[in-house]
Design a binder for this molecule. Structure first.
Ligand code: PRP
Length: 207
């Protein structure tokens, strides 16, 4: 049996469609509201419906052989897992965003103040460009950071760009291209090589 950790939330609908199209399992969004574990009818697959940020944890610890999760979460959690396939959906970007009328102003700051749901990614980025930063973790509506003066910039996901526009912000730098990824437990890749390879082939056929 192969056990998957699946992300609830934004990516769920597309993940469930993938599994249905491959005749692996038919999970409805409604089911996923309350049920935490779903098994395929043929008993070959088990699915844990987890918070996105917990998917890499279940995979790293070997509770799940495979996981489907956004690249943003993979980068933020930084777990010892293997990314095996880019699933091509859930495309967006991780960006530094700043006020439209002062887009590059933060570059001149000796210490830039950053608000973000992704503190690890933000810290690593500013280290990589050799700029000191103070990173404040917010749990949502991060655009409030620069608007209220809590921060100079935000590090956040940009998909359509609408949220930024409506809040007077703009992309100042792109940190990473993002999309949903299939990830695997390092030991399972060896011990369940054939089964995992079949899944990868199946997923690839839908890309
Ligand atoms: C995400 C992200 C942005 C927005 C980007 O927030 O943090 O705010 O979506 O999407 P867009 O470019 O298409 O406008 P989410 O919807 O997850 O809500 P949150 O801010 O409450 O976390």
């Amino acid at each position: 049996m192969l056990t998957f950790a699946l992300s609830k939330g934004r990516l769920a609908e597309k993940i469930f469609k993938f599994l249905k199209d491959l005749n692996i399992c038919d999970i409805s969004i409604k089911d996923s509201d309350r049920r935490l574990i779903v098994e395929s009818e043929d008993g070959r697959f088990r699915f844990l419906l987890a918070k996105p940020s917990d998917v890499p944890t279940f995979v790293e610890h070997g509770i799940c052989d495979l996981g489907v999760v956004g690249k943003d979460t993979i980068l933020e959690e930084n777990r010892d897992i293997t990314e095996v396939l880019d699933l091509g959906f859930g495309k967006c970007r991780m960006c530094v965003c700043a006020p439209q009328d002062n887009l590059d102003g933060y570059k001149a700051k000796s210490i830039v103040k950053v608000a973000t749901k992704y503190p690890s990614i933000a810290k690593r980025y500013f280290e990589s460009i050799h700029q000191d930063s103070i990173v404040t973790k917010l749990n949502g509506s991060v655009e409030l950071g620069p608007i209220t003066g809590l921060s100079d910039v935000i590090v956040d996901i940009v998909e359509s760009g609408r949220t930024l526009k409506e809040n007077g912000l703009e992309v100042a730098a792109t940190i990473h291209e993002l999309s949903a990824r299939l990830v695997a437990n390092n030991a399972s890749i060896k011990t369940k090589y054939d089964e995992i390879n079949d899944i990868i082939k199946g997923f690839k056929s839908l890309l």
